[in-house]
Ligand binder design. Structure first.
Ligand SMILES: C[S@@+](CC[C@H](N)C(=O)[O-])C[C@H]1O[C@@H](n2cnc3c(N)ncnc32)[C@H](O)[C@@H]1O
Length: 194
């Protein structure tokens, strides 16, 4: 059984979709690896907004993103993202990334919570441009992660009834605890990228 690297899948998908000048959001900055990838794609004229509830995640991300001109890192819950995205960018966001769970190398007790994750997903869907993308990496293998993953899966299904296209990948289909990737798009995604 071949295991799929879901992080690689997200980056390959976005690599093909994002352009210099785009407005993007990293909803869970963590150590800043996804944010760095996004900043590389959209700089120098694009804007990156990043959120995390942990100061150490903001600090680690800030260090990586120092060379990039249009970056705003917000020490707040992603559930409040709409309040931090300027009005002119609302409805123009090209992509919003969620990598749920805990900060690798950090406190494993501080994890994303189902209620705030669902609020943030709804906020992100409203901030998106018509061709915008949401990716969600979910981890059913840790305590609470199974319920969060199930709720995210249900939320994604409801979005398909509102004009979103959904693709779901599982890193190991034989393992119920394996990470899952949900990719949502308001427009048609070319089949060769999914
Ligand atoms: C798996 S890590 C993200 C990995 C990151 N994208 C990277 O490239 O390193 C999950 C992060 O979500 C953060 N987090 C948890 N709850 C959050 C919330 N309500 N709002 C924003 N970030 C949150 C955690 O502090 C942690 O840093």
């Amino acid at each position: 059984m071949q295991r799929i690297s879901l992080v690689k899948q997200v980056h390959e998908w976005l690599e093909a979709q994002l352009r210099e000048g785009d407005i993007v959001i990293d909803a869970t900055l963590g150590n800043g690896f996804d944010a760095l990838f996004l900043a590389n794609k959209i700089s120098p004229s694009g804007w990156l907004y990043g959120f995390d509830i942990q100061a150490e995640a903001i600090a680690a991300s800030r260090l990586k993103l120092m060379p990039y001109p249009h970056v705003r890192l917000v020490h707040a819950s992603h559930a409040d993202m709409a309040a931090h995205i300027p009005f002119v960018w609302q409805g123009k966001v090209r992509a919003c990334l969620f990598n749920l769970g805990y900060l690798p190398g950090g406190n494993k007790q501080v994890i994303t919570q189902t209620a705030s994750t669902l609020s943030a997903l709804t906020a992100a869907s409203q901030l998106l441009a018509t061709d915008g993308l949401i990716s969600i990496m979910a981890y059913p293998g840790h305590s609470g992660g199974d319920i969060e993953t199930e709720c995210v899966a249900q939320w994604c299904q409801t979005m398909t009834r509102q004009g979103f296209q959904l693709n779901t990948l599982i890193s190991d289909a034989t393992n119920a605890a394996a990470p899952r990737l949900f990719m949502l798009c308001k427009a048609q995604v070319p089949n060769n990228l999914l």
